[in-house]
Design a protein around this ligand. Structure first.
Ligand SMILES: NC(=O)c1ccc[n+]([C@@H]2O[C@H](COP(=O)([O-])OP(=O)(O)OC[C@H]3O[C@@H](n4cnc5c(N)ncnc54)[C@H](O)[C@@H]3O)[C@@H](O)[C@H]2O)c1
Length: 321
């Protein structure tokens, strides 16, 4: 590979724009192509970097000389982009969630492993300096109680409000919290959820649950619960609270509170976790040290947990992820 990593994008929406902006700040990366089923969107994003625009990912990979792919499509659209990357031996960065279901992600994971591809998944909370500090504190004093929250608004995109296209709030959004809980507390061996739904005139096409809660039992013996709602019009609380022997931690995407009974000192997050995850992916693609914190196989374990929690909401009962 030459010194410059040639990147293609699949999906030209909000998160693609963010990654593309990060990559534009790296002098060893060039975004050379963008594919989106909505060609005008691909054109618009490609225009900002002089990249070529396509409406089909396979066509883009065939026509371009790429070193890596960024897959930034909605949950229902996974499968084909990853299969195209794997067939071409292309390392890929993919946004969470891995897919709307489990079988698609399991198949992709098996093919990634077989082809020993470099992959990274956009669980950017893993790259927060305050997550690292929480991890340090908990390594000496493991959490016994875990309370997770995603109490927020309903994103104004059509695919998000339907279970079949977005996967529901647990799978689409709260997956960040499930991932963080796995990282900081370990694997979950049992999950049971309850959900509820209210008709809202503002979202006549919605069919997702808009309030849900899941109880978790961790292998370590810790217990927890994760609550989500999309009923608000603003982000009220998004984060993970962890409780150990004489230690309470509240972690959000922006700040960390460490309560040891001496006031409520808050540490603000520093640096940009999106830039960090992009840098680690590019370095691994270049053959440097692989520091990627959420490769596909690791993210698959989070997907199994989120899907198990979502299944329990629908079917009832306790499920082993
Ligand atoms: N890590 C994070 O914090 C974070 C933040 C935002 C979004 N995301 C994730 O990124 C994904 C995309 O979110 P978004 O907000 O950018 O959505 P978006 O709706 O803004 O953009 C998605 C784009 O994908 C295109 N698309 C749909 N199907 C396609 C296909 N088969 N092939 C090519 N393009 C296709 C759409 O036309 C659209 O332009 C979601 O899974 C979301 O959860 C992650």
């Amino acid at each position: 590979m030459s010194e410059t990593v040639r990147v293609g994008f699949v999906g030209a929406g909000i998160i693609a724009r963010r990654h593309l902006g990060d990559l534009a700040g790296f002098d060893d990366v060039r975004v050379v192509a963008v594919a989106d089923v909505a060609l005008e969107r691909a054109r618009e994003l490609a225009g900002s970097t002089g990249a070529n625009a396509y409406s089909d990912v396979a066509e883009m990979i065939e026509a371009e000389r790429l070193d890596a792919l960024y897959i930034c499509v909605p949950p229902f659209a996974h499968g084909k982009p990853e299969e195209s990357a794997i067939a071409a031996g292309l390392p890929f960065f993919v946004e969470k969630p891995l897919s709307v279901d489990l079988p698609t992600a399991e198949q992709i994971a098996a093919a990634v492993e077989e082809n020993r591809l470099v992959t990274a998944v956009g669980y950017h909370w893993r790259y927060l300096d305050i997550t690292e500090r929480a991890q340090d504190l908990l390594s000496a004093n493991p959490a016994r109680l875990v309370l997770g929250y995603w109490l927020d608004s309903t994103p104004p995109v059509a695919w998000w409000i339907r279970e079949a296209t977005g996967g529901g709030q647990f799978v689409e959004q709260t997956t960040h919290i499930f991932d963080l809980a796995r990282q900081l507390v370990g694997e979950v061996d049992c999950v049971q959820g309850f959900g509820s739904r209210q008709e809202r005139a503002e979202f006549p096409d919605a069919d997702i649950l808009d309030a849900s809660v899941a109880s978790l039992r961790f292998r370590s013996g810790a217990v927890g619960s994760v609550a989500s709602t999309a009923l608000l019009a603003w982000p009220h609380r998004i984060g993970l609270h962890l409780f150990s022997d004489r230690l309470a931690i509240e972690l959000s995407e922006f700040e960390l509170l460490v309560d040891v009974g001496k006031g409520r000192p808050i540490q603000l997050a520093e640096g940009d976790p999106f830039v960090r995850e992009d840098r680690d992916f590019i370095d691994a693609v270049k053959g440097g040290q692989n520091r990627i914190r959420a490769p596909y196989a690791e993210a698959l374990r989070t997907q199994r947990l989120a899907i198990a929690a979502a299944r329990s909401l629908r079917e009832g009962g306790a499920i082993e992820p």
